[in-house]
Design a protein around this ligand. Structure first.
Ligand SMILES: Cc1ncc(COP(=O)(O)O)c(C=O)c1O
Length: 386
């Protein structure tokens, strides 16, 4: 009910505290199945300081707009371009929708089709529905990467583009993006890489010596990349990233916003009014941690993920779906349903999907949290396999 009279600030805050007691928090160490994390303290400070900035009306907040452009360029730079075109958006979903919108608008084809791996995130289903694009799903190989031959066989004269995944949602698998890029170039199609998760992992993991395929703008067929600072970038939600190689992609999705207080602009994002503070936090985090800082975060979490995978393998009745590629470890069990239920009853923030449980070793996940999880897992499995 909408209250007739207002309550005191103290009362409102007390009620909020009481109601959010049900929430699982990242600092509890119980959230192991999320791609979000507790944001970095500097990013929190920046968001609080600049909470009123609206990048939907950049004429008013010219400084913030310049900072967003710098953030986009730094992300583009991380991904192999000197200069990129794009935005800090609300997340991977919006970034993927914008990429599909650009591919559709530039193709200008009737009954457009988009080819994407069966492992692709559900945001593409939303994009397809909203944009009237038919999704054509390509099969996966035994290692869960997309089958490039199957992608090729599915190309028709209605194809507007191809999607590859660099860090799949379920398993953190990186598709053979070099082969997809070659294919895209051969057929004159744009390749969009969904690196919502992997974008803030793969460049650093490669620098640490992990053997991972190229996935970014170094490959000429790659025309756009989704990269989410609110995942491994440690920026508060909402902070996604869409980077295009060429200006024409951004232009193709820009519409006139004629009435803004800061003056007319052309706007490409799905959201009109949108937070400047989070874009500033992306800029601040990149400046603060730099390549070496993020590399250290990735080093620790990649090593922890491998240790965790090796411990899982020792538990009777548990098997890995595949060796971890990034800092995601997914495992199955014949008793999956009972296991999921029991883990949830013990307060763990995990879920089972496609026949496995996914653990994402995010920055807030520490070894002692995984050790506590393993204690529970061992004891549940001992009961279930009796
Ligand atoms: C590969 C991939 N793409 C896109 C998304 C969507 O991101 P968001 O939830 O920030 O919209 C996710 C989310 O987990 C993802 O894993």
């Amino acid at each position: 009910m909408f209250p007739e009279m207002g309550a005191s600030e103290k009362e409102v805050l007390r009620e909020l505290e009481e109601k959010t007691r049900e929430d699982l928090t990242f600092d509890s160490g119980k959230i192991l199945g999320s791609m979000c994390t507790y944001p970095h303290p500097l990013a929190v400070k920046v968001v609080m300081r600049y909470i009123d900035r609206n990048l939907g009306d950049p004429g008013l907040h010219v400084g913030s707009q310049k900072i967003e452009k710098e953030a986009v360029d730094m992300l583009a730079n991380l991904l192999g371009l000197e200069k990129g075109y794009g935005h800090i958006v609300s997340g991977g979903t919006e970034a993927n929708i914008l990429a599909v919108r650009a591919m559709r608008n530039l193709a200008g084809i009737e009954k457009p089709e988009l080819i994407l791996p069966e492992s692709a995130h559900f945001s593409f289903i939303k994009a397809a529905e909203m944009l009237g694009v038919k999704l054509v799903w390509a099969e996966l190989n035994d290692d869960y990467t997309v089958n490039v031959k199957d992608v090729e066989e599915k190309i028709t004269d209605r194809t507007i583009g191809i999607v590859g995944i660099a860090g799949s949602t379920g398993l953190g698998v990186v598709d053979d993006i070099p082969a997809l890029s070659d294919l895209a170039l051969d057929y004159g199609l744009p390749l969009h890489v969904d690196a919502a998760f992997g974008g803030f992992v793969i460049p650093f993991a490669k620098a640490l010596g992990y053997d991972l395929p190229d996935f970014d703008f170094h490959l000429k067929g790659v025309k756009s990349i989704t990269i989410d600072p609110h995942k491994m970038g440690m920026v508060p939600i909402p902070a996604g990233g869409i980077i295009f190689r060429e200006k024409k992609f951004l232009d193709s999705i820009s519409v006139l916003a004629p009435y803004l207080a800061g003056g007319k602009i052309r706007q490409a994002t799905i959201t009109g009014t949108r937070p400047g503070a989070n874009a500033l936090a992306v800029w601040a985090m990149i400046k603060h941690l730099g390549f070496e800082g993020y590399k250290e975060v990735v080093r620790e979490k990649m090593e922890l993920a491998r240790w965790f995978a090796s411990e899982l393998k020792k538990i009777p009745g548990i098997y890995l779906i595949r060796e971890p590629v990034l800092n995601i470890v997914s495992f199955g069990s014949e008793k999956l349903e009972d296991l999921e239920e029991e883990l949830k009853a013990r307060g763990w923030g995990i879920s089972a999907h496609r026949g496995y449980i996914r653990i994402v070793v995010m920055p807030h996940v520490r070894k002692e949290h995984l050790e506590a999880f393993l204690v529970d897992l061992r004891s549940i499995m001992a009961i279930l396999t009796q």
